[in-house]
Ligand binder design. Structure first.
Ligand SMILES: Cc1cc2nc3c(=O)[nH]c(=O)nc-3n(C[C@H](O)[C@H](O)[C@H](O)COP(=O)(O)O)c2cc1C
Length: 318
């Protein structure tokens, strides 16, 4: 708790465009104190951690903790919620979809239709079925909404935000993708400069973000799973985010859209824009989607793959 308070306090004090250093520079690139190694080591499943996790799992089977399922979606005081169309039909074979997936960095400045946006969001991270469970506290039957990707304990720590750039009938701004109502909850208007500030210069030179349709921002609310999965919950959040990102790539491929994942975004700036505290709730991933500048040369055919080749040909930069 103390460490977390120090972290939160430091974050609020040092955030801003002039920040040049890591929050904890003395722990960077140092073999002994390498945080990633330390974390990985500490989150390996040992008998000790298993015991701790069992405590968490049993907490979740207590009647009063079942409420967590109903609190899974954050809510925004918004008057403007844009309902998305519900024609979800996509006719594309999974093998072709995977074969034609590639990172696209050049976009055509045309507005993406609401229909395509709806399909992209729905199949990448939407609610695809609901399960009934008995809420013993309220003595009621509640629904657990399951989505198009797997989630440890069905706790769904990840959320998806849409930064609209060139979308049909959706003005430029920040929206929360409300999975339960399949709608975009308006949060705030943005100028294109606000969006450029989130991305490194190198990436802005490589990707014409201003011509893209939208940025997809995947965040995680770590507190949703920490109680149950202890140290492994952070791994689960990252894994879940990867599932969602791959869904976006595949759906973009199936809908003949361009998509590129963006490692080069500024975490603090994105968190600030989304009003996330950066500690319990933080951005994990950003993707750029849009109408591709050129149709990917030609659809890749299975017969074009020479399995004896050591190195394949890529559509774009690496
Ligand atoms: C976690 C992650 C971060 C990435 N970050 C970037 C990025 O910042 N800029 C970029 O142009 N591509 C980025 N990419 C895309 C990779 O460069 C791309 O997937 C790789 O070159 C393979 O090409 P392909 O996706 O077309 O198969 C990223 C991919 C992943 C998985």
């Amino acid at each position: 708790m103390l460490v977390k308070n120090i972290l939160r306090h430091t974050i609020t004090r040092v955030t801003g465009p002039d920040r040049k250093f890591q929050l904890v520079p003395f722990l960077r690139d140092n073999d002994i104190y390498n945080l990633a190694e330390l974390y990985h080591e500490n989150s390996k499943l040992t008998f000790g951690l298993e015991r701790e996790m069992q405590r968490g799992v049993s907490l979740f089977s207590r009647p009063d903790s079942q409420d967590v399922y109903s609190k899974i979606l954050p809510s925004f005081p918004t008057l403007n919620s844009i309902k998305l169309p519900t024609d979800f039909a996509v006719k594309e074979q999974i093998d072709k979809t995977i074969l034609n997936r590639s990172s696209i960095r050049k976009f055509k400045k045309i507005k993406l239709s609401k229909n395509k946006l709806s399909k992209l969001l729905y199949w990448s991270c939407g609610v695809i079925r609901a399960l009934k469970f008995k809420n013993k506290t309220a003595n009621e039957i509640d629904d657990v909404y399951l989505r198009s990707y797997a989630s440890g304990g069905a706790l769904f720590p990840c959320d998806t935000y849409v930064i609209a750039i060139n979308l049909e009938n959706v003005s430029r701004g920040l929206y929360f993708y409300n999975t339960k109502s399949h709608s975009l909850d308006f949060i705030k208007r943005l100028e294109i400069e606000d969006i450029y500030k989130l991305i490194t210069k190198g990436m802005l030179n490589l990707i014409n973000v201003g011509d893209a349709s939208a940025l997809i921002v995947i965040t995680s609310n770590f507190s949703r799973t920490k109680l149950k999965y202890s140290l492994r919950s952070y791994r689960f959040a990252l894994l879940e985010c990867g599932h969602i990102a791959q869904n976006f790539y595949l759906m973009a491929s199936a809908l003949k859209l361009g998509c590129v994942e963006l490692g080069g975004f500024y975490d603090y700036e994105v968190d600030e824009l989304l009003s996330l505290d950066g500690v319990d709730n933080s951005v994990l991933d950003v993707l750029v989607v849009g109408e591709p500048a050129s149709q990917k040369s030609e659809p890749v055919k299975l017969s074009h793959i020479n399995f004896n080749l050591k190195y394949g040909k890529s559509h774009g930069e690496v």
